[in-house]
Write a new protein. Structure first.
Length: 265
């Protein structure tokens, strides 16, 4: 049996745009177990400290109890997907929003459709200075990053770790997200992967197909690294051993491709 870890999903009932009730949340948990997961970090959408950590922990406890009662072998850990805001560092320090399983890692969501806020790099710097490690979920879906891949390198240099969605690699989130996800794979900028599922029976839970694609591109060790090893290190609050991003000079086979993408925007 596989022991996969999912670092980003919306499994908690009646708290965001995930499952509407306990029954749907249990169905999603069964889907995750069937896909090979035994641990998930529940990461409901939050903004400016809402919903409060107390409510997230309460829902998590309720769902964990129900899973035990129904013999669904899935362990839930607390987290949040925090939409970017200028005072996030202070809010974390005050305990008003959750990191991933109480580690130094947090999910920091960027706006999908608008330009990046002008304070983005400053916030990344402030988070790093205070000992946090920001993980940016689904960069492949952020239009500003789809249009300008140079920003990916800049954000990474400023301390961001990237978490790409499995389903993006096989085109289930659209062609633009697929293109960016594959660009990031070639550039060594896929640091983590997650499902980001919001409900049961979703075609986005395509981990097996996406893992097959990644194995073909990067070898079977890469998929295992993404499914168990690296998320395990993150949950233990260890420092992640990340590869350097590839530049055109470092990867001659991709030179023409990289140059065309880098200087397009
Ligand atoms: Fe999400």
């Amino acid at each position: 049996m596989a022991h996969y870890i999912d670092m980003h999903n919306h499994i908690l009932p009646a708290i965001d745009d995930g499952p509407r009730n306990m029954a749907e949340a249990v169905m999603l948990a069964r889907d995750l177990v069937a896909a090979g997961y035994d641990t998930v970090v529940a990461t409901p959408h939050t903004f400016e400290g809402k919903p409060a950590p107390d409510l997230i922990l309460k829902r998590l406890g309720q769902l964990q109890d129900e899973l035990k009662r129904q013999n669904v072998p899935l362990k839930l850990l607390p987290g949040a997907e925090q939409l970017i805001e200028p005072h996030l560092t202070a809010r974390l320090q005050a305990g008003e929003t959750l990191t991933l399983n109480q580690t130094k890692y947090l999910l920091l969501e960027l706006p999908m459709l608008q330009p990046l806020p002008v304070y983005t790099e400053q916030l990344l710097f402030s988070l790093r200075t205070e000992g946090y490690r920001p993980v940016i979920p689904h960069p492949e879906r952020v239009i500003a990053l789809q249009r300008n891949h140079r920003l990916l390198y800049r954000l990474h240099q400023a301390g961001a770790i990237f978490q790409v969605t499995w389903a993006a690699f096989i085109g289930r989130i659209g062609p633009a997200a697929q293109k960016t996800a594959r660009f990031m794979l070639d550039a060594n900028l896929v640091h983590l992967l997650a499902t980001d599922v919001h409900g049961p029976s979703t075609p986005l839970l395509a981990v097996d197909k996406a893992a097959a694609y990644l194995e073909q591109e990067k070898g079977d060790r890469f998929a295992a690294l993404m499914l168990t090893t690296r998320p395990g290190h993150l949950l233990d609050d260890r420092t992640l051993d990340l590869p350097l991003p590839l530049t055109p000079a470092a990867h001659p086979r991709k030179k023409a491709f990289f140059l065309s993408r880098l200087f397009k925007a």
